[in-house]
Design a protein around this ligand. Sequence first.
Ligand SMILES: NC(=O)c1ccc[n+]([C@@H]2O[C@H](COP(=O)([O-])OP(=O)(O)OC[C@H]3O[C@@H](n4cnc5c(N)ncnc54)[C@H](OP(=O)(O)O)[C@@H]3O)[C@@H](O)[C@H]2O)c1
Length: 279
Amino acid sequence: MTHGVIGTGSMGRILVEAWIRSGKLQPSELLLSNRTRAKAERLADEFPGLRVAADNREVARKSDCFFLCVKPGEFRKVLEEIRDVVREEQIVVSITSPVMVRDLEEWLPAKVAKVIPSITNAVCSGNSLFIPGSRLNREDREQLWDLFSAISRPLLVDEEHTRIASDLACCGPAFLANLMEQMADAAVEETDLPREAAVSLVTRMAQGLGRLLTEGNFTLKSLQERVAVPGGITREGLHLLERDTGTLFHDLFRLTHDKYHEDINKVQQSLFPEMEKKV
Ligand SMILES: NC(=O)c1ccc[n+]([C@@H]2O[C@H](COP(=O)([O-])OP(=O)(O)OC[C@H]3O[C@@H](n4cnc5c(N)ncnc54)[C@H](OP(=O)(O)O)[C@@H]3O)[C@@H](O)[C@H]2O)c1
């Protein structure tokens, strides 16, 4: 079975590497294309047997299932290029949240799904978000679920929740890394602790925290309660955090959703320029 990847940038590469390193796919089962061909060739050089196609049309023609790993603004160009070689029995997966499944179904005769990966999938961890289209049968769903189970924990998500789920699973690592960096920087500024030590402390702490929450029988709540003994320093710190973070995350999610709706409109105008806004 051939799995195609159109677009071997950051996410396309992560998927290819994770599937091969996890042993889920052999390099010879993957066929790649990328606008800048040299980028796909560099990836292929790392895994003997991995093939680079002449163009996107070859990937679309020769794959049983292929992934569109380009940015939303590139979709129309790619869809125009591959449209007339895509077949009904193929599975086509978009990894991009603002491209609607029903719009892809209008463009392509194939079985369409959206699966949004996360950078955490690079270490076969974290979630992927699974949004199947209307043409996938049970076997198709199981096949995709199985593929993503090798590198992540897939989560079935309604398309209307794609943005918020992506905020948590896909943007979340960057958001938390930013907060951790601010934590380390403040520690250095307040106490002259060497920066290297501060970064190591927050990084190793996060690694342990992840394991406690996933393997250590802790919930977010029970973990806070366990560390914050009554009258202790942590409890006072948690009070300050609750007071000062205020509406921060509400504001953050409103911002991501505003941008998401703008992106959806832009994508729909590019895919259906003749139509009024569809959402
Ligand atoms: N980054 C994340 O954590 C994340 C998580 C989930 C989903 N996503 C989604 O994944 C998508 C890709 O993101 P990314 O971070 O991988 O972006 P990226 O690093 O910019 O990769 C996009 C790739 O698409 C290639 N490309 C552009 N137009 C093409 C065309 N016409 N034909 C073939 N290849 C083409 C680009 O080629 P060139 O080498 O020529 O530039 C580039 O390698 C985005 O829509 C994003 O929303 C990202």
